[in-house]
Design a binder for this molecule. Structure first.
Ligand code: ZN
Length: 204
């Protein structure tokens, strides 16, 4: 397909419905702008256009239960890390709305350390150097030492960053974190979908 034809499909998709957008997405895959894996991940996450592009006709209500839905992200390199950070950010945001310390060091939930750990993981995702791994190590151990309620997050990201005993995360390890996040199941799905779909259809 020529660039002009792809642009034309793009314009039609912008004005049209999901079918037009799915057709455009399929052409973007052919043109090498988006990978098939990226579209598959977006479809797994529940993006309606990606699901149409994949030819998945079963409804979004038939998606896997939360635990296996999250475990399924493990197939896509980088997805679980991003999901963990997205949920972590949402939890921290909800906490900060009520925390009187506003990041001060007397918060009983150690939110300043939680914030530091999230930043360390984000830096590691952007560039997983030895130094970045060391900073995740330090920041997550600080959470554990503080007896923070976010130890489950620390355990999950330590495994994801190769600091745990397992080279790859044991699926069950994450379960505790998602359940303790205080977010409802639809909220977890929404947060993860919003964070990961643009990434999946952009760079993956
Ligand atoms: Zn706090």
């Amino acid at each position: 397909m020529s660039d002009a034809r792809l642009r034309d499909l793009g314009r039609r998709a912008a004005r049209g419905g999901p079918e037009d957008q799915a057709a455009h997405l399929r052409e973007r895959v052919k043109a090498g702008e988006v990978t098939r894996e990226g579209v598959r991940l977006a479809a797994h996450l529940g993006d309606p256009v990606a699901r149409l592009a994949m030819g998945w006709t079963h409804g979004i209500g038939d998606m896997h239960p939360l635990d296996s839905w999250l475990t399924g992200l493990g197939r896509y390199p980088g997805a679980l890390e991003r999901a963990a950070v997205a949920v972590g950010r949402a939890v921290l945001g909800a906490h900060n709305a009520t925390c009187l310390e506003h990041g001060g060091d007397r918060c009983p939930e150690s939110c300043w350390q939680w914030s530091r750990a999230l930043e360390a993981v984000e830096a590691w995702i952007a560039d997983p150097t030895e130094g970045a791994t060391r900073r995740v190590d330090e920041a997550t151990l600080a959470l554990v030492r503080a007896g923070s309620p976010w130890i489950a997050f620390a355990a999950l990201v330590r495994a994801l960053c190769g600091l745990g005993r397992q080279p790859r995360p044991v699926p069950a390890l994450g379960g505790k974190f998602w359940r303790q996040s205080g977010l409802t199941e639809p909220q977890v799905r929404d947060v993860v979908r919003s964070a990961l779909v643009p990434w999946a259809l952009g760079v993956l």
